[in-house]
Design a protein around this ligand. Structure first.
Ligand code: BG6
Length: 261
């Protein structure tokens, strides 16, 4: 995990290959977001609801977080980071973010947003989890059948659309699913299933850039797009969260991995 962005880059439970994907060509420089692992997108997603917010996906993934606690038991290692009132020129309401992660036979991450100011504020957020898969072209995402989604791929109709059946990725995919339930990433080439269980999250963003877009991304190696899919725990667009002074909002997820029989 890096202090830069409180960015988790690896979780490898005993008996399995790494569950999180990291780009071989990621920048590791404080000016850039890390490509892979779990970027924290906050207080907006993409260019935000106004469509012009900068930097993309908010400033939290670029900020220097403070480690306030770490602990371990026989089964797990945990860490807690905070980010307080960073970039108030871009988000002019006092806040406190607390990010807790635990690495064990399961992985969990929880982002708590507290309004420490005297007026309400609204934010979007996403835990932008890059999952490693054997070959994206063989992967099935189970758990989104009948979910309503927005399609963010340029040139596609935004929607809303309704998902019919399980999700397979056959082209550039960038969708915001309104969904609360678990999502299973079934990966026959990798011989495993990764289960994403979310709390406090109304949206699941599913993203893979596919071949052409990946070729334009300098921090992605050739063909690396075939080994990843993002399943993001999120509250974005119409599900942006409004917090009254003194209130908190908690969003998080767990990952479990099991062998495919
Ligand atoms: C996804 C977005 O969450 O992140 C995509 O839905 C975006 O639109 C992708 O391309 C990667 O974003 P970035 O800023 O890390 O390149």
């Amino acid at each position: 995990m890096y202090h830069h962005g409180a960015h988790v880059i690896d979780w490898t439970p005993r008996g399995f290959d790494p569950v999180l994907w990291m780009s071989e060509k990621t920048y590791l420089d404080s000016e850039f977001a890390i490509r892979g692992g779990i970027p924290i997108c906050w207080p907006w997603f993409g260019a935000g609801r106004d469509g012009v917010s900068s930097p993309l996906h908010g400033f939290a993934r670029l900020a220097e977080w403070r480690l306030v606690r770490s602990h371990h038991t026989d089964d797990a290692v945990g860490a807690t980071y905070i980010l307080i009132d960073s970039n108030l020129d871009k988000f002019d309401s006092p806040y406190r973010l607390t990010y807790h992660v635990s690495f064990g036979t399961e992985f969990s991450a929880t982002l708590t947003v507290r309004n420490t100011g005297s007026r309400r504020f609204t934010f979007e957020g996403a835990l932008h989890t890059y999952l490693r898969v054997g070959d994206i072209r063989e992967v099935t995402l189970v758990g989104l059948d009948q979910a309503v989604y927005l399609d963010r791929v340029s040139g596609h109709e935004l929607g809303p659309h309704r998902q019919e059946g399980d999700v397979t990725i056959t082209d550039e995919t960038d969708r915001i699913y309104h969904s609360l339930g678990d999502i299973d990433v079934v990966d026959p080439r990798g011989g495993r299933r990764i289960t994403v269980s979310r709390t406090g999250s109304q949206d699941a963003v599913i993203w893979n850039p596919w071949m052409e877009k990946a070729a334009t991304m300098p921090d992605l190696g050739a063909d690396e797009w075939t080994q990843m899919v993002c399943v993001e725990t999120a509250n974005v667009a119409e599900h942006a969260v409004t917090l009254a002074p003194g209130k908190e909002h908690v969003m998080g997820f767990t990952l479990k991995v099991s062998t495919l029989s």
